[in-house]
Design a protein around this ligand. Structure first.
Ligand code: ATP
Ligand code: MG
Length: 576
């Protein structure tokens, strides 16, 4: 503090004794002699305002009122009853002349404001403008700070005052958030009223360290056969879903959420830059399938300000961490990070940062790495909770080597690559088996699944090669023909409609019977129907076996034989 002069604003001139008290307060506070100058301010009929440099001690009526409302609001957000709260607040309210640092808006536009006079503002700090709108500091220069505005910047004018809060952005969270749709700052936007708050968490948080973590060892079943069998996801893993537009990316995430029903896993869906109608539709689908009650939707839609889209995934992650630290398993979907990067690029360009590759700023890698690193499986000492992340990235014309896709591929533990060719040929989910991979999930796969999958990936790879070779030849020998039909059958086996997740025993039965060539004589177009009927009948006849696979995650050789024999018999009957 190098200020040598302080200004005292009040309606009446202070007495000598009052002046003395102010000077000694200033000396004690700033450790130096500061000259006090009185300025007559008739508007302050009672009380005073003391301004030292950019700090302001507001003891006017208005200032005290603001202070009360602020502390009152904090309690109110905690979901307390209104009348007793007012009484309690009034009794306990301790008026203080708190210093508040105030700056002045220099320029404003496009959701960005430049503010002068906030020398001590920190990166990521929340500022409050006179009109009540909030902003976040994202750029620090010697003269001014640049901040993004959360909300409408129309009411902010050049010359408006801005207050520091000394707090970084945080979101409220609690159990009441389950089943609700909130914006990026945690305020409900579903019209279902106030949500009781249990805690406030900063949206940016350090990722758990090595010691606090444990290796991924429990599966997170998506219920999608092609994923659970070949690209299994473990609790605490980060698995990217990547593909062109309209290839069923959201559908996979949605099915994964729906499949968590009754599995003690909380889900968070973060919608970034999507149409409001799509998010509403998604919420409705979740509700219809009984999945909304354990899901929080954090939505920063295309019509929302870019800063909201920028912070939405961090807010969602902060909410996930709240549950993870309570020892819960959480599944979080970021839909999608390409739009997130685009929002950040716009903000950065407006803040005059120099553009780099594809016009993204230099720190765009850090943007996503610091987000995805926060997914983890905590050790038992830390409560054993986990955050599994399913980030989604949209590619242009199947180009996975673009900037953002390559960045995110390198941060995640694998990717599920969806291809439009497959999607349009009816192979849905359109998972490209050759290019998809899951790096850590294998350890988490159940024994039953591992055993049932057998040589599936290899068989599919062989089929793909053979398909290319035999494309142009007309007369094939019987062995080759059989192998081709077998491969086509396997591909057909992986076709699965939306909202129809398979349970473990269903996946195991389908895999075992298909890989044992039990479906050899079933027509390719009948395979889906056959599998459904086989499951229905088998479940009726061998309920205990199905139950034991689901519960124990394992099956014996005899049980495998039972399934194969049953499937073969069923195929004969089906054929007739
Ligand atoms: P966008 O790029 O617009 O976000 P997306 O890649 O997320 O699209 P979805 O919205 O999930 O794609 O799916 C596109 C369409 O395909 C939807 O109408 C959806 O119902 C349909 N679809 C997705 N998966 C399947 C499936 N397994 N079976 C049948 N239809 C599906
Ligand atoms: Mg989508």
């Amino acid at each position: 503090m190098t200020e040598e002069k302080a200004f005292l604003y009040s309606a009446e001139a202070p007495s000598d004794e009052q002046k003395q008290r102010f000077t000694s307060f200033l000396k004690k506070k700033y450790g130096q002699d500061i000259e006090l100058e009185w300025v007559c301010e008739a508007a302050l009929d009672k009380g005073f305002k003391l301004v030292v440099g950019s700090e302001e001690y507001d003891w006017s009526r208005q200032g005290l009122y603001e202070q009360f409302i602020h502390s009152f609001n904090k309690e109110k957000k905690a979901g307390k009853e209104l009348i007793p709260l007012i009484k309690e607040e009034l009794q306990e309210w301790d008026v203080k002349a708190l210093p508040a640092e105030r700056g002045t808006v220099v320029t404003v536009g496009d959701g960005i404001a430049r503010v002068s006079g906030l020398e001590n503002a920190e990166y990521g700090e929340i500022l409050i403008f006179d009109c009540g709108v909030r902003g976040m500091v994202l750029d620090l220069t010697e003269e001014t700070v640049g901040c993004v505005v959360f909300g409408d910047d129309q009411e902010i004018l050049a010359g408006s005052k801005v207050r520091r809060t000394s707090r970084t952005a945080s979101v409220p969270i609690g159990k009441g958030y389950l089943g609700r749709i909130v914006d990026a700052l945690g305020s409900p936007i579903d019209g279902k009223g106030v949500i009781p708050v249990e805690a406030y968490r900063p949206i940016e948080n350090k990722a758990p360290g090595i010691i606090e973590r444990k290796s991924v060892n429990r599966p997170l079943e998506t219920g999608i056969l092609s994923i659970d069998s070949m690209f299994p996801i473990g609790r605490g893993q980060r698995e990217l879903i990547i593909g062109d537009r309209q290839t069923g990316k959201t559908a996979i995430a949605l099915d994964a959420i729906i499949n968590q029903k009754g599995k003690d896993c909380i889900c968070i869906y973060v919608a970034i830059g999507q149409k409001t109608s799509s998010v509403a539709q998604l919420a409705e689908n979740l509700r219809k399938h009984g999945a909304l009650e354990y899901t929080i939707i954090v939505a920063a839609n295309a019509s929302d300000a870019e800063p909201m889209q920028y912070i939405a995934p961090y807010s969602g992650c902060a909410m996930a961490e709240f549950f993870m630290e309570k020892g819960k398993d959480v599944l979080i979907v970021y839909d999608d990070l390409s739009k997130h990067a685009v929002a950040y690029r716009s903000i950065s360009l407006l803040l005059d940062r120099s553009p780099g590759r594809e016009a993204y700023p230099g720190d765009v890698f850090y943007l996503h790495s610091r987000l995805l690193e926060r997914s983890a499986r905590l050790s038992d000492e830390e409560g054993g909770g986990s955050i599994t992340a399913l980030p989604i990235v949209e590619t242009q014309d199947n180009d996975v080597s673009a900037y953002i896709p390559t960045n995110i591929i390198s941060i995640t533990d694998g990717q599920i690559y969806l291809e439009s060719n497959l999607f349009f040929s009816g192979q849905r989910p359109a998972v490209n088996v050759g290019l998809s991979v899951s790096r850590v999930g294998g350890d988490a796969q159940t024994k039953a699944m591992k055993k049932a999958v057998g040589t599936l990936r290899l068989d599919l790879a062989q089929f793909r090669e053979m398909e290319v070779f035999t494309q142009f030849s007309s007369d094939l020998d019987d062995v080759t023909k059989n192998q081709l039909t077998y491969g086509q059958g396997l591909m057909k086996m992986l076709v699965q409609p939306q909202y129809k997740p398979y349970s473990l025993h269903q996946q195991v039965i389908i895999l075992i019977s298909s890989l044992a060539h039990a479906l050899q004589h079933i027509k390719i177009e009948d395979i889906y129907q056959f599998n459904q009927e086989l499951l229905a009948h088998f479940e009726k006849d061998y309920r205990d076996l199905c139950q034991s696979i689901d519960d124990k995650g394992i099956f014996t050789e005899e049980e495998k034989e039972t399934i194969i024999t049953y499937a073969k018999n069923f195929a004969e009957k089906f054929h007739v």
